[in-house]
Design a protein around this ligand. Structure first.
Ligand SMILES: *Cc1c(COP(=O)(O)O)cnc(C)c1O
Length: 368
């Protein structure tokens, strides 16, 4: 019996991307099998983290890496690491930061909310966030001016739907942090496909989620300079206790990395293109609907389908259509950021071909 049936759970088709409230992503059978096996054995957790570090280094080119409970935990622990270094005493003292530099600078437009304010993720470590520039933008000179001597690190994001204002040039911002003698931490949560690019900006630490496109169990990968990664691991006996990765998560990350390394990237991209093409063919000709494929704005290697609903000819507004899709069974969840301007966006990475066709049928029922 399926879990949905056994526990009376709502079925969901996820055309919204790796979104936490609907279960983010689906692991492959191979990763799921490793996780299931891991659950019934003992391991030395330090050894598991050592092996995970080797695996992450091979995968990303970074000096080292470690696995945390999730990316949000990774942000908190990376900031903690910048404050304490490898000192067990300092790690044990947090979130009390007496005697430590504890100011974290981030561009004002990077004070995002991904379900939690990133400022809270910083504060959980005991550090105090300080915003540089304005929401309209943060020129590198503003960032550098804000990074006075008592600062401990600079936190940056990849420009996305969540960030605001002019995109910040990451490489230039990282250089500014380095000129001020502090490390730069990049939150690249959904950017596991681009970790080497982000490390290429000179960032000292890059934090990504394992459960987004990498499709591991819930996990954060903290990747970068060995000293800082070791300092993140030093938090295990402090605030990191509540943010630790489980044995099954660590092995699940390693299995997902193995699978990604073996996978044929071009073949994967072709599969994504095929789903987009299937979708476009399905909705072609619906009254008042203009569909087009749009590349991922952050540079990830796949596109999304944007449906523009014409107010006069379409049977429903974009907002009403999103509600109707979510009201059926299975529920169909879509990206909602364009709704107010009449655009409904479908990300198909998590969908099987069958599900793409099911969404197409539902759209035809609702709009034809
Ligand atoms: C998803 C996300 C996070 C949080 O990731 P978790 O692994 O769910 O903790 C942090 N930052 C950004 C930009 C995100 O998109």
């Amino acid at each position: 019996m399926s879990l949905h049936r056994r526990y009376g759970l709502t079925r969901v088709i996820n055309a919204r991307g790796p979104f936490t409230p609907i279960g983010v992503s689906r692991s492959s059978g191979e990763t799921a099998a490793v996780v299931a096996e891991a659950l019934s054995h003992h391991f030395l957790l330090d050894e598991l983290q050592d092996r995970a570090s080797e695996s992450i280094s091979r995968f990303t080119g970074a000096e080292a890496g470690t696995v945390t409970h999730c990316a949000a935990a990774g942000i908190t622990l990376a900031v903690a690491a910048a404050m304490t270094g490898r000192s067990a005493e300092r790690a044990a003292a947090l979130p009390v930061t007496e005697g430590m530099a504890d100011r974290v600078v981030l561009p004002a437009g990077h004070a995002v909310n991904y379900g939690q304010s990133i400022l809270q993720a910083v504060r959980l470590s005991g550090a105090t966030p300080e915003l540089a520039g304005t929401e309209a933008g943060c020129p590198v000179a503003d960032l550098e001016r804000s990074l006075a001597s008592t600062h401990v690190c600079c936190l940056l994001l990849v420009a996305s739907r969540l960030t605001r204002g002019e995109p910040v040039d990451l490489a230039a911002a990282v250089s500014a942090a380095h000129r001020r003698g502090v490390p730069a931490i990049v939150d690249g949560a959904a950017q596991d496909l681009r970790i080497p690019d982000l490390l290429g900006t000179g960032a000292d630490i890059v934090v990504v989620s394992g459960q987004k496109y990498l499709a591991s169990p819930t996990a954060g990968l903290v990747v970068g300079r060995r000293g800082l990664v070791e300092a993140v691991r030093a938090q295990e006996k402090g605030i990191g206790r509540a943010m630790k990765a489980s044995k099954e998560a660590i092995l699940g990350v390693m299995a997902a990395i193995d699978e990604r390394e073996r996978s044929d990237r071009d073949g994967w991209q072709r599969e994504q293109d095929r789903k987009v093409a299937t979708f476009l063919a399905r909705v072609d000709g619906l009254a008042g609907v203009a569909a087009r494929a749009v590349p991922d704005p952050t540079g990830l290697p796949f596109g999304r389908v944007h449906l523009r609903l014409d107010g006069r000819d379409a049977r429903l507004s974009a907002e009403a259509l999103a509600v109707a899709l979510r009201s059926g069974s299975p529920q169909i969840h879509v990206m909602e950021h364009g709704l107010s301007s009449g655009d409904i966006v479908f990300e198909l990475v998590q969908l099987s071909e069958d599900e793409v066709r099911a969404v197409g049928r539902r759209l035809t029922d609702l709009l034809d």
